[in-house]
Write a protein that binds this ligand. Structure first.
Ligand code: CU
Length: 154
């Protein structure tokens, strides 16, 4: 009995550490209430949001009116849908962020990207960061010692 009992804390610990890994994934409705459409500022929408591996982007739009094309940085800047690593057309496209790094999505319909700026760029952070101890906020907040030898002109 003592043998079995000694295993319980380990099981509990594992459960405590693994369950949040699933519970903490976030589903982002791209554009919020506006959804995925022409004329929305997606840079503003993404601003301040933290995207982690495992999170899900949801693109909502009237099927046929828009598409979601996963492109590279060049395609994003130039609104070019080719080459791409995925075209989504369902109107309720759920894209799980599988890897860290920059991700670019544009609408492939007509001039929605080039004229209406219907494009989204995000940076996905590794999931590890969620478990790492938060960096001490003081580290970056401390005012740097004033350079005594070289006065700053601005
Ligand atoms: Cu569109």
């Amino acid at each position: 009995m003592a043998l079995i009992g000694s295993r319980v804390p380990l099981v509990l610990m594992v459960a405590i550490f693994i369950l949040p890994a699933f519970a903490l994934t976030t589903e982002f409705i791209v554009g919020g209430e506006d959804g995925w459409t022409a004329g929305v500022d997606y840079a503003a929408w993404a601003n301040g949001k933290k995207f982690f591996v495992g999170d899900v982007l949801v693109f909502n739009y009237a099927k046929g009116a828009h598409t979601v094309v996963k492109v590279n940085g060049t395609g994003f800047s130039a609104c070019q849908t080719s080459p791409n690593s995925g075209v989504f057309t369902s109107g309720n496209d759920k894209i799980t962020l599988l890897t860290p790094g920059n991700k670019w999505y544009i609408c492939g319909v007509s001039n929605h990207c080039s004229y209406y700026n219907q494009k989204l760029k995000i940076t996905v952070m590794p999931k590890m960061m969620m478990w790492a101890p938060a960096p001490a906020p003081e580290a970056g907040m401390e005012p740097e010692p004033a350079p005594t030898g070289s006065p700053c002109s601005y």
